[in-house]
Design a protein around this ligand. Structure first.
Ligand SMILES: *[C@@H]1O[C@H](CO)[C@@H](O)[C@H](O)[C@H]1NC(C)=O
Ligand SMILES: *[C@@H]1O[C@H](CO)[C@@H](O)[C@H](O)[C@H]1NC(C)=O
Ligand SMILES: *[C@@H]1O[C@H](CO)[C@@H](O)[C@H](O)[C@H]1NC(C)=O
Length: 279
């Protein structure tokens, strides 16, 4: 079995470099991914991946996507990602740096607004929110994003459990869940929050800014800047609502907040489905 799985793994990893696929920075044999490093440190995870139908399909699917075709890659990941794949990624990327992630735009940096509310109490987030608008088409525009915040036991943090739907290659919907830790470092700058999120076995760090929080508690307007590696940054924005739909009065306040504090128009955001979701 040993030789066989290395052979298949090599094919999965090396085929892309021939066609110039660089999502994970495939730049040749010895450099990235480092096959010897994988063999030394992640051989059990790679064997598990090759033996697992979905994990293997994920590798093969990603390899076919071609040069920096991110939509294609996300479709593969949305369809096939599972714990076996996540463990393999964690081993290769986080634990042993056998694979260096290459940002689609290494020069990109966030431009955070200086506009967060100062007197924000973290506990105001507790409970359930619907994401009705999202700014970043790659990160924020999933349907049925339902976020629930609850206190983290033995900590001042909150735990965010976020449900969202992704579309698989065959067009059907898959329900996903991520769990994040949320911390307020400075109560005098209360609208600035630290999020850590593990996705695909990779740690992501995000700074969230509460841009506007309804006095009624009905909605929140949020900007965030995240990074995965030292040169892979991304930013986005969300509008949270306590109810699946927003009243017309609140919508006017939201439009005012995003225009005066962020310089955005609501039609730059995607309007997300929040009804008929799996609860
Ligand atoms: C926070 O400050 C704003 C503006 O100074 C004020 O309108 C609002 O009532 C305050 N909110 C809380 C929860 O103290
Ligand atoms: C789509 O693919 C998933 C996963 O492979 C499968 O469970 C589902 O039944 C498929 N749906 C259709 C409509 O083919
Ligand atoms: C609290 O949240 C911060 C930021 O997400 C995280 O770094 C830290 O590990 C969390 N603490 C606990 C006890 O979970």
């Amino acid at each position: 079995m040993g030789n066989l799985y290395y052979f298949i793994l090599l094919q999965c990893l090396l085929a892309p470099s021939v066609i110039g696929f660089n999502f994970f920075g495939f730049h040749g044999f010895h450099s990235n991914p480092d096959i010897f490093c994988i063999a030394e440190h992640c051989s059990s995870q790679s064997a598990a991946c090759v033996e697992d139908r979905d994990c293997r399909a994920n590798m093969e699917c990603s390899a076919k996507c071609g040069f920096s075709n991110f939509n294609c890659l996300y479709e593969c990941i949305n369809t096939y990602e599972n714990q076996v794949y996540d463990k393999f990624m964690k081993c290769m990327v986080e634990d042993y740096h056998c694979l260096k992630l290459v940002s689609p735009d290494p020069s990109f940096r966030c431009k955070p607004p200086q506009a967060q509310v100062k007197n924000f109490s973290l506990s105001a987030l507790n409970g359930k929110w619907y994401i009705v608008y999202g700014l970043n088409p790659e990160y924020d525009c999933f349907n049925c994003q339902i976020s629930t915040y609850a206190p983290t036991p033995n900590s001042k943090n909150l735990t965010l459990t976020e449900k969202y739907d992704v579309t698989m290659l065959n067009g059907s919907t898959r329900h996903r869940v991520t769990v994040q830790q949320v911390q307020q470092r400075d109560i005098f700058n209360g609208g600035l929050l630290d999020f850590t999120n593990v996705m695909m076995g990779l740690m992501m760090y995000e700074k969230w800014q509460i841009i506007d929080f309804a006095e009624s508690g009905n909605y929140a307007v949020i900007y965030y800047c995240g990074h995965m590696t030292s040169d892979w940054y991304y930013e986005g924005g969300l509008v949270y609502s306590r109810t699946p739909t927003i009243s017309s009065e609140d919508l006017v306040s939201i439009q005012t907040a995003i225009s005066t504090k962020l310089g955005h128009k609501l039609d730059q955001y995607c309007h997300l489905r929040t009804e008929d979701c799996v609860s």
